[in-house]
Design a protein around this ligand. Sequence first.
Ligand code: TYD
Ligand code: MG
Length: 487
Amino acid sequence: MAATPSARARSGESFACRDCGTTSLRWAGRCPACGAWNTLASVPAQARPSRAPGPDVTAARSVPLAEVSATAALPLATGVGELDRVMGGGVVGGSVTLVFGPPGIGKSTLLFQVLSSLAGRGVDVMLASAEESLAQVSGRASRLGPVPDRLLALEGPEVDAIEVAVERVRPALVVVDSLQSISDPELTQAAGSLAQVRACVERLTRLAKSSGVPFFLVGHVTKDGDLAGPRAVEHLVDTVVSFDGDRHHALRVLNAVKHRFGPTGEVGIFEMRDDGLRGVPDPGPLMLGDRMPDVPGSVVFPSLQGRRPLLVEVQALLGPGTAPGAAASGPRPRALGIDAARADLLLAVLACRTRVALPSGAPVFVAAVGGISVTEPAADLAVALALASVAAERPLPPEVVVFGELGLAGEVRLVPGADRRLTEALRAGFTRAVVPASCAVAAPAGMLVEGVRTLDEAVARVLGPGGFDRAPGTMRGWPTEPAPASR
Ligand code: TYD
Ligand code: MG
């Protein structure tokens, strides 16, 4: 019979998870770290390695911090501008950066371009390729232009080999591609297991600190953001950068989610082309180039990606439905790049708090166009107005952008970054903005900024009589009664 946990603890025994390697003093049916069942196995006290003799600490001395030079932390620009922007100027010596994203998004391509750029400027850099053979790497490289001589490559999964090669060459930058494919031969777990990933990151981090060589580590995450993978080692590294986008679109967004050497929230935007990734300092034309402003259901939303404004077109469509009614009682909206539950809520707010009548039973579709996911509540007003516009069969005025969060009472709520959103919209040629009335923001010269307190007021401004006097379409769903919220 199994001994009680306290008896086991008294006997000096500990338990290690066969999957992730986490040790604990108590036995449990499920690993507290990785959640795997029946993986904790006893480790006898004598089997645990005794603490390795540490460095001589008798000479340890604290120093006045003011006298410590910070120049070691000055970043080295890689020459890939959008990446340097995200990294606060470049890579810092001895730092470790985790770049994670879904498979196929372009992580290997991006980091190859970084290596290539640095090598082209005359410094040695190294690619440790554990996932692809050097022939495969070379195949990709041929799409990206000539390969500089100083770009060295190492094939194979052993972390020991990476350590030896880095010590020998001391390159200016090392890229390890990918974390899931390298392994520490001393561990019995398979490459990609949490124990392996953690052990390898620990070893590489030690190497980075001792050698002063900066590392980029590539990690794949699955579509549902698998946390057991590379994100489980976020605390071990200095900087964590996500690389994301829709594989079927060209746009890619690089975003620092943790940064020990600079601000987070900086975003880099790239376009995936046939000859590699190209930085997009001005994504406006790429995002809105194909927009048809005269079609009902299209609204331009100045989003914030980190601190960077990006204009995103939000679209809505109502499928053929039954007669117009007081509310859409069909299935939940189908959403692309917008949270479906949020869209459902906005549909209810639109139906209950405004004068817009939605055809009941009609299927509802909403989408953020261009491969960008819009997760900010600031998009609420844009999504609701896209739905209102399609229900009323009226396009918004072409010069308008909108942003604001919506509450269930139909109130339009304050959102951050109003000035940055307005400046970007004006730069792209939009001259009118409908924003939360509580946003105390000075209108940039050349732009009309209209504060609204309720969704119904916003609907009236951009679609209703007095707010918009284009040739009226069929004003289905436009009763003359005032909205419930304004009664
Ligand atoms: P890759 O960098 O291998 O992705 P990851 O390392 O994140 O898995 O890039 C994968 C995709 O990018 C692949 O489907 C092909 C495409 N691609 C281009 O469109 N243009 C290019 O120049 C390159 C190199 C790749
Ligand atoms: Mg790859």
